[in-house]
Write a protein that binds this ligand. Structure first.
Ligand code: BEZ
Ligand code: FE
Length: 270
């Protein structure tokens, strides 16, 4: 960290933290919080740390959505960003074209094959042939690979490039809605305040290209029961994309499959 960053960091700390503490004091006074209650709150935060659930707590309290909005603002010429969440795994396998990001497993047989495709461009429409796309999502059963012993490591995850015209396509399966982890302190918090733990089905994207701001976002699908009611409040209408059903006998498939178009526009940096 450079000295400038440290000084800037210290200034921000001095600006923001005293205000945050004053806001907490105001709430403690308004609710006449007792010593026992305050120590229980501190113990809860310790448990959140012990379980590595601070990002999850930030997500379910919709703090991550607020920070995303403050950090990336509205720019209608670019693809909207969205919350990263705690389930990204660095260094996913590189997938060569034709890109397929999963292997079948016991439980995937009832799912539907999905091809997601689009073009990565700058906000002015120029194709970005050096773009790299990173995907992570749940399968049609069992959730993320890290929760599901039946799935090989890095199933439904992968990183790949685009064509000279910025085009990409990958084969995956249509994800299903799932619950965020509920077996730790954040799960107890959700239950205590009566907030459900469901997220609508979605696919996470992380996209980078030279000279452009990296984009972290998610794609959602219409008619999902949790679209209006995501536990982390991260659905943006511009990120909801239709799934088109095909009756098979195309692309060598003998069963119906789906396609979804998602063009990505990155903001130039600087
Ligand atoms: C996710 O979409 O992967 C996620 C987001 C917030 C909390 C837990 C999971
Ligand atoms: Fe997710």
């Amino acid at each position: 960290m450079s000295t400038t960053t440290q000084v800037g960091g210290r200034e921000r700390l001095a600006q923001v933290v005293p205000d945050a503490i004053a806001a907490i004091h105001e709430v403690l006074e308004r609710h006449n919080v007792t010593e026992d209650e305050w120590y229980a709150a501190l113990e809860f935060l310790k448990e959140v740390g012990d379980h590595d659930e601070f990002v999850l707590l930030s997500d379910v309290t919709r703090t991550s959505v607020l920070i995303d909005a403050l950090s990336h603002g509205a720019d209608e010429s670019a693809t909207p960003s969205d919350v990263e969440g705690p389930l990204y795994r660095p260094d996913p396998p590189w997938r060569e074209a034709p890109v397929k990001i999963y292997e079948d497993y016991e439980g995937s047989e009832d799912g539907d094959v999905l091809f997601v495709r689009g073009t990565v461009t700058s906000t002015d429409g120029t194709a970005l042939p050096d773009a790299v796309i990173d995907i992570w999502q749940t399968g049609p059963s069992g959730g993320y690979d890290i929760w599901d012993e039946r799935q090989p490591e890095f199933n439904f995850r992968g990183r790949f490039g685009v064509s000279e015209r910025g085009q990409y396509e990958f084969q995956t399966m249509v994800p299903k809605p799932y619950t965020v982890p509920t077996d730790g302190p954040v799960g107890r918090y959700l239950e205590a305040i009566g907030q459900h733990a469901w997220r609508p089905a979605h696919i996470h994207f992380k996209v980078t290209a030279g000279g452009h701001q990296p984009l972290v976002t998610q794609v959602f699908f219409p008619d999902d029961p949790y679209l209006e009611n995501d536990t982390i409040g991260a659905v943006k209408p511009a990120l909801v994309r239709p799934l088109e059903r095909h009756e098979g006998a195309e692309r060598g498939h003998d069963v119906p499959f789906f396609t979804c178009n998602f063009d990505i526009r990155l903001r130039p940096s600087g």
